[in-house]
Design a protein around this ligand. Structure first.
Ligand code: C5P
Length: 230
């Protein structure tokens, strides 16, 4: 039995821009649980592979990177999220659309997904874990007592991502972004390994017309109903 079978996990999956990151962070903070941003790990593999000059099609090389790369998730002096790769601050670098697309490419390979499996499961530490991704409820934490599949209309997701990137100082056109998101979603949904889909026992929440507070409230209610917290 592994730690992820004993420690309670809330799995939050869904397509790009559905708000998983924001909701997962808020829920983890409210209940005092750990947080896994699994997408960041795929982004880090793509970035680390690029930095090591790997051929973009080198599956074994990227799998090795996934196993060996030194990553650390923490907070900067001002309390904001900080991601380190081999000791270097890559917090902003991994959030670009290019890094997201690179992540989606390497994420289609079974070798890379396998190499990241234990790294992800090791995040399950007491008192509990909120895990954000595409296959948290279907593959990585199939026994999670609460699985959420968060969706929103394609238009709303593109708008949210656009705002997020603009707030980070990145200048990207909305139509181009909508296209990229649609391509990334199609690749995530149709890949052979761990395609993006709701687990059969997932609670689907459409956040198109819901505020962040409303979605967080719904997840907190669902967790309380399962006795995960009060
Ligand atoms: O969530 P985020 O946009 O950071 O994820 C980047 C990419 O990483 C996704 O488009 C997806 O291809 C991949 N990913 C995945 N499985 C996860 C998390 C992310 O395949 N659990």
């Amino acid at each position: 039995m592994s730690a992820s079978d004993i420690v309670p996990v809330v799995a939050i999956d869904g397509p790009s821009g559905s708000g998983k990151g924001t909701i997962s962070r808020a829920v983890a903070r409210r209940v005092g649980w750990h947080l896994l941003d699994s997408g960041a790990l795929y982004r880090l593999v793509a970035l680390a592979g690029q930095r090591r000059g790997l051929d973009p099609d080198d599956r074994a090389g990227h799998a090795q990177v996934a196993q060996k790369m030194a990553v650390a998730f923490g907070s900067a002096a001002d309390g904001s999220e900080q991601v380190l790769l081999e000791g270097e601050d890559v917090t902003l670098g991994i959030r670009s659309e290019a890094a997201g697309n690179g992540a989606s490419r390497v994420a289609a390979w079974a070798e890379v997904r396998g190499a990241l499996m234990h790294r992800q499961q090791a995040f399950a530490q007491p008192p509990g874990l909120v895990a954000d991704g595409r296959d948290m409820g279907t593959v990585v934490f199939p026994r999670a007592p609460l699985k959420i599949f968060l969706t929103a209309s394609a238009q709303e997701r593109a708008l949210r991502r656009h705002k997020q990137l603009k707030d980070k100082g990145s200048d990207v056109s909305l139509p181009a972004l909508s296209r990229e998101i649609a391509e990334r979603d199609a690749r995530d949904q149709t890949r052979q390994v761990a395609p993006l889909r709701p687990a059969p026992d997932a609670c689907v929440i459409d956040s198109t017309d819901l505020s962040v507070e409303a979605v967080v409230g719904r997840v907190l209610e669902l967790g309380a109903a399962r006795g995960l917290w009060r």
